[in-house]
Design a binder for this molecule. Structure first.
Ligand SMILES: [Zn+2]
Length: 496
């Protein structure tokens, strides 16, 4: 038996202390409308039509809160010996990206199993299927997965609210493990959603145009089950493979697409065009100073300036000459890479004249990405039709221009603007926006990463032998503190 914090207990506790709406909604004044809109949008897609909720009336949808589950591994310190990897499973509402303690909920943790990962994942999916079956009715289950009667069976935990499965969040490594994928970034066929290939010209994964050839090979959820049917998560009511979400944080900033953009752009500007002088080392140093100054003055973008910025050097952007792609090393956190991209957009607009066609394409590429992110940042869980059209337009422009830059440098025998499988997966994220207005920002793992950091801190203090239970106890104490504060606040509001 693995100890866990049951989701209906969390829902009930937040409900009783008056923090329910803040825990599950970003906009607490239009909760019912947000839920209804979410499921209306879902039923425009195949997974929504396959969802158990599609048989309910639209009236009932306004009480169904969509839920994301999240899987990832953390290294927990051991008192003696090397750190041990633990898998952390958490859940949250799909309608909020709010603060960690109140909105992201730990379900359980267990030591990562590398010997029988399939069996472990199948057992986990079975438990979550049991949880979601009960959550969807808004009532506690009568018996546990082993058939043993539960306390307070069939009792409503937060009437009239219920919770339904919407998707699964993970990074690429956890994704492969969770769904037993046979086509991954390590294979020539890189994608489970289509037949994109690393080298084959006609199905080349780096063809990022809207009408790329591989786009004709995309398979839907029903065909996916017929063809593969291996993901244990298919047992969870409401889950379809297209709801194994791509996390843009990892795709773009964690050794990803935008990390490649930033490093290539730096080499392009400072080495090939020498906009800050002939010496690359001095130019990198000056670029660092310009970025730090810009960061302290700008107010437009999310800015986590707690982290020191490691000054740019040849080593940190892995610059070895025109025969190898430059890459940002992992000393740059995702938030920093994102901010640096916005800085480059401003820098290109203000300091580089853009005289040549190539320079114009580069500036347009950076600008379109910033606009794409701006639309997602300002949008709610379901984008308006205008926002959806804007996001697709800017996202696709960014992809198109990136490919132009890559091909141009290829002709010059310069290895810049790398195309890796993550670029292909980002194509799917932008392509998904054509048929669905669900905001991909809500599928990103920024706050889950914060939760993992906090879990790691709490659980690492416990003894390895009793960690799974003792860590959860400590975590519950932390939650009680948050709920107590929320209750005091709620009482104050009522008193006024
Ligand atoms: Zn694909």
């Amino acid at each position: 038996m693995v100890p866990c914090i049951l989701p209906w207990d969390i829902a009930e506790a937040t409900f009783k202390c008056g923090a329910f709406r803040r825990a599950f909604f970003e906009d607490v004044d239009s909760c019912h409308r947000q839920c209804a809109r979410y499921w209306i949008e879902a039923t425009k897609c195949e997974w929504g039509l396959l969802h158990p909720l599609s048989s309910q009336s639209a009236e009932d949808w306004q009480f169904q809160i969509p839920v994301f589950w999240h899987l990832d591994d953390v290294q927990m310190a051991e008192t003696s010996g090397a750190p041990v990897a633990h898998t952390v499973v958490s859940w949250s509402s799909s309608l909020t990206t709010g603060s960690t303690g109140l909105t992201k909920h730990v379900f359980l943790t267990f030591p990562r199993d590398d010997t029988v990962p399939r069996k472990t994942m199948a057992a986990l999916a079975e438990v979550i299927a049991w949880v979601m079956t009960a959550m969807q009715t808004g009532r506690r289950p009568a018996a546990d997965p082993a058939g043993i009667p539960m306390q307070s069976p069939a009792e409503e935990f937060a009437p009239p609210w219920c919770f339904s499965m919407s998707g699964l969040k993970h990074d690429l490594e956890a994704r492969v493990k969770a769904h037993v994928d046979c086509k991954t970034y390590n294979h020539n066929y890189v994608c489970m959603l289509c037949s994109a290939h690393k080298h084959m010209q006609c199905l080349y994964m780096g063809d990022l145009r809207e009408n790329a050839y591989f786009a004709k090979t995309i398979i839907g959820d029903t065909d996916h089950v017929r063809l593969y049917n291996v993901s244990p998560w298919l047992k969870v009511p409401g889950f379809a493979y297209s709801r194994a979400l791509y996390d843009q944080m990892h795709l773009l900033y964690h050794n990803g697409f935008i990390s490649d953009f930033v490093s290539s752009c730096l080499i392009d500007l400072l080495h090939h065009e020498q906009v800050l002088g002939a010496d690359l080392d001095d130019a990198l140093d000056e670029m660092t100073s310009k970025f730090l100054k810009w960061r302290s003055e700008q107010r437009r973008y999310p800015n986590d300036s707690r982290h020191d910025f490691a000054r740019l050097t040849r080593l940190r952007i892995k610059w070895k000459g025109d025969h190898a792609f430059p890459e940002l090393t992992m000393c740059y956190k995702c938030g920093t890479v994102r901010l640096f991209m916005y800085f480059l957009n401003d820098f290109l607009t203000e300091h580089v004249p853009g005289g040549t066609r190539y320079q114009q394409v580069r500036a347009l590429c950076a600008w379109s990405f910033s606009k794409y992110m701006e639309v997602l940042r300002n949008g709610r869980a379901v984008l308006s039709p205008d926002e959806q059209a804007e996001a697709v337009k800017h996202g696709q422009t960014f992809l198109n221009q990136y490919v132009v830059l890559h091909q141009h440098c290829k002709l010059l025998r310069r290895k810049l603007w790398k195309i890796r499988p993550k670029a292909h997966y980002e194509w799917h994220v932008i392509d998904g926006l054509r048929s669905s207005a669900m905001n991909p920002r809500y599928g990103e793992c920024w706050l889950e990463e914060s939760l993992l950091g906090q879990v790691c801190k709490t659980f690492s203090r416990c003894h390895g032998a009793t960690r799974m239970a003792a860590g959860l106890h400590r975590h519950i104490r932390f939650l009680i503190d948050i709920w107590y504060r929320e209750e005091s606040q709620a009482e104050c509001w009522l008193a006024n």
